[in-house]
Design a protein around this ligand. Structure first.
Ligand SMILES: CC(C)(COP(=O)(O)OP(=O)(O)OC[C@H]1O[C@@H](n2cnc3c(N)ncnc32)[C@H](O)[C@@H]1OP(=O)(O)O)[C@@H](O)C(=O)NCCC(=O)NCCS
Length: 138
């Protein structure tokens, strides 16, 4: 398995992974090619993909806002799950965030994504009980 940074030529393969990921990844206007290209102007080294034998099988978007790290859209191809692909992506993005001085990483998990919840809990992520997720379209 090889972990490397996302390039815009990966977009179609990455979009297919997200599209096929089920409830765990909700596709939104921010996932269109032009919007994803914007991400490459901020922390491109935190947007990672995993390849096995040259085929793209996993993806994660990491972000650093100067205070917190954020993780988005982790997905692994259904044929390649339970082989440590997500763990390898998380190891690398957490390592890169820590190297920036990031003290804490946050993320949102869909309430029906039991597998993702197990993965994150097993890695030490905790539900932030006093909070509800909020957002606003601009
Ligand atoms: C969640 C997901 C990313 C996990 O990817 P993965 O490459 O299979 O995960 P890993 O192989 O690194 O799993 C590491 C550990 O996490 C836990 N885990 C992972 N998937 C699990 C599942 N479906 N059920 C229970 N535990 C799970 C296990 O402890 C696993 O270790 P083990 O296989 O030795 O038991 C993948 O199932 C996926 O893409 N799901 C759909 C999209 C999604 O929900 N994304 C999350 C967005 S927040």
């Amino acid at each position: 398995m090889r972990i490397r940074e996302f390039a815009i030529d990966d977009y179609d393969a990455v979009y297919a992974l997200w599209r096929d990921a089920g409830e765990g990844v909700r596709l939104r206007p921010s996932d269109e090619r032009a919007e994803i290209a914007k991400k490459l102007t901020r922390d491109p080294d935190l947007f990672l993909v995993a390849e096995i034998d040259g085929t793209l099988v996993g993806v994660i978007i990491g972000a650093w806002d100067g205070r917190r790290g954020w993780l988005h859209h982790l997905a692994v191809h259904s044929d390649c799950r339970r082989q440590g692909v997500a763990s390898a992506l998380l190891d690398e993005v957490e390592r890169r965030l820590a190297a920036r001085g990031c003290l804490k990483v946050n993320l949102l998990v869909h309430r029906d994504s039991a597998g993702a919840r197990c993965l994150y809990e097993q890695r030490g992520y905790e539900v932030m009980t006093p909070y509800v997720a909020m957002g606003k379209e601009l």
